[in-house]
Design a binder for this molecule. Structure first.
Ligand code: AMP
Ligand code: GLY
Length: 422
């Protein structure tokens, strides 16, 4: 197949590496891509957020499948335009992508579909925020309504800090004040063709910048998969996945279909396992980053077949995806100053040494090739991905590889998957 992947992160690199590993042998294209992606795909110079430009290119280049990585092209209506031209595209249209683009929309769909989630109040003024904070109690959770790359959320015991956070977003619209949900977080991905859903294997993401879940929220500083502790809590991964499929994914997909906005693409359920059951904290309308880097290397079936089936409405005819028992760990290397003000343009070296560690590969996120070699061009620079027979081995490999990489001021967490090592 000729496959075009939109996006430029480690998630897109991971998707392309999975596609490249298939026996079928695909011709891969990416826009805009990065220095790592350039090694597996032909980079195409087009604006990935421009529905007309993407459709025109996909048409002219005889693309068989378009895969949309990030949320921005979805919200911009790229999938709608490509689909209208009859080209299979993995990614929801603008309306269904509101599940991620608008927290208010997501809450409405969850209410209508009877999906378990925390209480939430939409507030337009400082006084409404203050009343909601007092009503829901501490710890406080305040969220901007629109897309904020994981940075629009504050979780704090400090009422003044919660109010101040709300005030930075209120000028651009209402904020959501939410009930605090306590428990371990899980990211569970579902492929959907608008009707049938197929779950992937769960992962856990590390959202905070620093060890011990300290520091600001980020896009994600590391992840691991599978989650061995599901056995104790739910009897096993299969039982957990079946429950979330029944209680969360299927009702949401049915509801969106009933509203005339079918969801074709990846439904990302951000979950918290509370004492009162599994609850949704958020949905995304795309693969998670960095969770994708640990889920896809464990996928047994060819990814292209699953994505194409979802894009073509034939998921029902495919078997449920299966996953190897391999332990997968990813550690994200970020630039100094991330997430507030990343310092970019610094040289990056040691990637070959990192990739030579057994079971390790590097997924590039924000890299470019400069006159003297690689440079870091953004906040999250790369994802070191390590596979192992168990988590002790995967972690050891991941951190040996991270230590081989040099980036001045580079930040990474040292406790990714530490708790699952016996
Ligand atoms: P979101 O942007 O909704 O993904 O939120 C980012 C992160 O904030 C989540 O991954 C959680 O760690 C935390 N968070 C968001 N909402 C809640 C909540 N209601 N209760 C507890 N933690 C939350
Ligand atoms: N890792 C969190 C996200 O992709 O939104």
């Amino acid at each position: 197949m000729r496959i075009l992947v939109l996006g430029s992160g480690a998630r897109e690199h991971a998707i392309l590496l999975s596609l490249q590993s298939e026996e079928a042998g695909h011709e891969l294209f990416a826009a805009p891509g990065n220095a790592g992606i350039a090694e597996v795909a032909t980079l195409v110079d087009l604006d990935a957020n421009d529905p007309g430009a993407v459709t025109e290119y996909a048409n002219a280049a005889d693309i068989d499948l378009v895969v949309i990585g990030p949320e921005a092209p979805l919200v911009a209506g790229v999938a709608d335009a490509v689909r209208e031209h009859g080209i299979p595209v993995f990614g929801p249209g603008r309306a269904a992508a509101q599940l991620e683009g608008s927290k208010t929309f997501a809450k409405r769909i969850m209410d209508a579909a009877g999906v378990p989630t925390g209480r939430a109040v939409r507030a337009r003024t400082r006084a409404e925020v203050a009343a909601a904070l007092d009503d829901l109690g501490a710890p406080h959770v305040v969220k901007a309504d629109g897309l904020a790359a994981g940075k629009g959320v504050i979780v704090t015991a400090d009422r003044e800090a919660a109010l101040a956070h709300a005030e930075t977003y209120l000028p651009s619209g209402p904020v959501l004040v939410e009930e605090f949900l306590s428990g371990p977080e899980i990211s569970l991905f579902f492929l959907s063709d608008g009707d049938t859903v197929r779950a992937l294997s769960p992962a856990q993401d590390f959202k905070r910048l620093r060890d011990g879940d300290e520091g600001p929220n980020t896009g994600g500083m590391g992840a691991y998969s599978p989650l061995p502790w599901l056995a104790e809590r739910f009897g096993g991964e299969a039982e957990f996945v079946a429950q979330v499929t029944r209680d969360v994914a299927e009702p949401v997909i049915r509801r969106l279909d009933a509203e005339g906005t079918p969801f074709i693409g990846l439904l990302y359920a951000g979950l918290i396992v509370t004492d009162a059951g599994v609850k949704v904290i958020e949905f995304n309308a795309r693969f998670g980053d960095p969770e994708t880097q640990v889920v896809l290397p464990r996928l047994v079936e060819p990814l292209s077949q699953l994505l194409l089936a979802a894009a073509s409405g034939t998921l029902e005819d495919t078997a449920a995806p299966t996953f190897s028992d391999t332990a997968a760990v990813t550690v994200v290397l970020a630039s100094e100053g991330y997430p507030e003000k990343p310092i970019t343009g610094r040289p990056l070296s040691g990637l070959d040494a990192a990739a030579s560690v057994d079971g390790v590969h590097v997924a590039h996120a924000a890299t470019a090739t400069g006159a003297d070699g690689l440079v870091a061009t953004g906040g999250r620079v790369l994802s070191v991905v390590a596979l192992g027979a168990d988590f002790a081995e995967a972690r050891d490999r991941a951190y040996r590889a991270v230590d081989a990489i040099a980036l001045e001021g580079g930040q990474f967490r040292t406790d990714i998957a530490a708790r699952v090592v016996d």
